[in-house]
Design a binder for this molecule. Structure first.
Ligand code: HAM
Length: 420
């Protein structure tokens, strides 16, 4: 029996969980103002969904999926991302038949068999949103504005937006040929993986992390110079909207993203405080995916933010580090062991009334209980027992001032509940 969590996974203990809760609450608040409703899809899906949706030649499908056969001999995969499942749900529930666009968000774990390192896990969490059923460039801009608003709400100061367009099935093949022609003389100096990418999916080669490949692709032509009229106009409108909203970005010609479903706009959100795994979010438009999944031709756009990375970035900026251990409003202490069942009863009554109450579970002396109350930062101690109890009274000590007073046992809940 190994008492350690699997490699690439981690536990979130209560102190840190308080920060997660704060982020989740901010997400729900912000996304509500943008008009997004929550969707919760299963943690696993048919493997084929991701093979088709994300693309057979992508790293995720080739090397990173947690795929297994269930007892009924079906191939299932723990979801590596949220977009394909949301599209599947959109088609399955015929959401295309209602008012468009359909705007959805999700918060939950994703699974990728990647090599763990700082900011990279095998189970990680995403906050994501998808808008399906509109090709309006205003939605592309909204998908950048929304995570930025969330970061701001959380107090993250330093985020950079990288922006690109990867065109559509009309203009991308032209660029692909240009890229091949440009790289042909250097082909034998590219890494082995890039040599196969050259044949199968040359755009992906721009994403390679091998330093030599990065150098060899430094001066490739920009896809922006090859966009068709429609893609060019769309991209221009996205930029106009971003400018108007005061959102600054940098054009990054090598930004292609690791999924085959993207068309037109792609973007990444980078924190400069994070080292190698510096993307705190990313997304883009995927106008062909709904049809690919068997639905009607439907344009769509979305993004996802990495929860762990966002929290790491906040920490690196010295934000959101307050510990989340709540302090009891009252610690209920027993004068003698005989008074303990009264303590149990009073504690329960307080909790039912919504008052955070703590008690001793070790039968300790009154002095030790007072010390424990202090350590936990309790605002009050209710001392139960002794001759006060016989008179139906409880001693209530204010831990800040040290002042003590007697309160009728029957009124303790009332007094603590409304803060008197
Ligand atoms: P992605 O760029 O693969 O996009 O992931 C989004 C974010 O999830 C990343 O920017 C990063 O913060 C976080 N992330 C990814 N992998 C890991 C990992 N192994 N450990 C920790 N954090 C990680 C998507 O998943 C797309 N589905 C986004 C999207 C939605 N595009 C359109 N709609």
């Amino acid at each position: 029996m190994r008492a350690t969590a699997p490699r690439g996974t981690r536990d979130v203990l209560p102190e840190e969980a308080a920060r997660w809760q704060r982020l989740e609450a901010a997400t729900r608040r912000v996304f509500h103002t943008f008009g997004y409703g929550e969707i919760r899809t299963p943690m696993f899906e048919h493997t084929e969904l991701f093979q088709r949706g994300i693309g057979e030649t992508t790293d995720i499908v080739q090397k990173e999926m947690y795929t297994f056969m269930d007892r009924g001999d079906r191939s299932l995969t723990l979801r590596p991302e949220g977009t394909a499942p949301v599209v599947r749900a959109y088609v399955e529930h015929k959401l295309y038949a209602g008012v468009q666009p359909v705007k959805l968000y999700y918060i939950g774990p994703m699974f990728r068999y990647e090599r763990p390192q700082a900011g990279r896990y095998r189970q990680f969490h995403q906050i994501g949103a998808e808008a399906l059923g509109s090709s309006d460039p205003a939605l592309d801009a909204e998908m950048i504005a929304m995570p930025i608003t969330l970061y701001e709400e959380m107090g993250l100061r330093d985020v950079r937006v990288l922006l690109n367009s990867i065109g559509c099935p009309v203009c991308r093949p032209r660029y692909r040929e240009q890229l091949r022609a440009h790289l042909a003389p250097r082909l034998d100096r590219l890494c082995a993986t890039c040599q196969t990418r050259y044949e199968r999916n040359p755009l992906r080669l721009l994403d390679c992390k091998v330093p030599q490949c990065r150098e060899l692709t430094e001066d490739v032509p920009s896809i922006l110079d090859f966009l068709c009229d429609e893609c060019g106009q769309h991209f221009g409108a996205v930029r106009t909207h971003l400018d108007r909203m005061g959102l600054t970005y940098r054009l990054e010609k090598r930004l292609v993203r690791g999924f085959d479903y993207y068309t037109k706009t792609v973007f990444e959100l980078i924190s400069p405080h994070l080292g190698a795994q510096d993307a705190v979010g990313g997304g883009g438009r995927y106008d062909g995916l709904v049809a690919e999944m068997g639905g009607p031709d439907t344009p769509a756009v979305g993004f996802a933010v990495g929860v762990e990375r966002l929290l790491l970035a906040l920490e690196a900026e010295g934000q959101n580090t307050e510990d989340g251990v709540a302090r009891p409003r009252v610690y209920v202490a027993a004068i003698s062991p005989d008074d303990r069942s009264q303590v149990v009863e009073l504690t329960y009554r307080l909790r039912r009334a919504g008052v955070y109450a703590e008690m001793d579970y070790a039968g300790r002396s009154l002095r030790a209980q007072m010390r424990a109350a202090g350590q936990r930062g309790a605002a009050h101690v209710a001392i139960v027992g002794g001759e006060e109890a016989q008179r139906g009274m409880v001693r209530l000590r204010d831990m800040n001032t040290g002042a003590e007073r007697e309160v009728a046992l029957a009124r303790v809940v009332e007094v603590l509940a409304d803060g008197r």
